[in-house]
Design a protein around this ligand. Structure first.
Ligand SMILES: [Zn+2]
Length: 87
């Protein structure tokens, strides 16, 4: 009796995993696509700063005229550090 319940549970598990498998693949693909589109942007002042900012309204940027918008990946490639004020 116990064995039968076990096998039923197992087959249910298999069925649900098969049914969910294509769904899971689709959602991961969609998520990966969304990630690509939504590359995180940060702001930095070329030449005068070694930090990147999460917002261009950061108070340390108030006196800066040239604020460049770049991706977080690029900021890290430039060896910029996260600003302590706005991060
Ligand atoms: Zn900042």
């Amino acid at each position: 009796m116990k064995k039968k319940i076990c096998s039923i549970a197992l087959s249910l598990c298999l069925v649900s995993s098969i049914a969910l498998a294509p769904l899971n693949t689709t959602s991961t693909t969609v998520q990966a696509k969304a990630k690509k589109v939504k590359a995180k942007s940060v702001y930095y002042v070329p030449g005068s700063s070694y930090a990147y900012h999460s917002t261009r309204n950061c108070r340390t940027l108030r006196r800066s005229k040239t604020i460049k918008k770049i991706t977080l990946k690029k900021a890290k490639a430039l060896k910029l550090r996260a600003c302590k004020v706005c991060h």
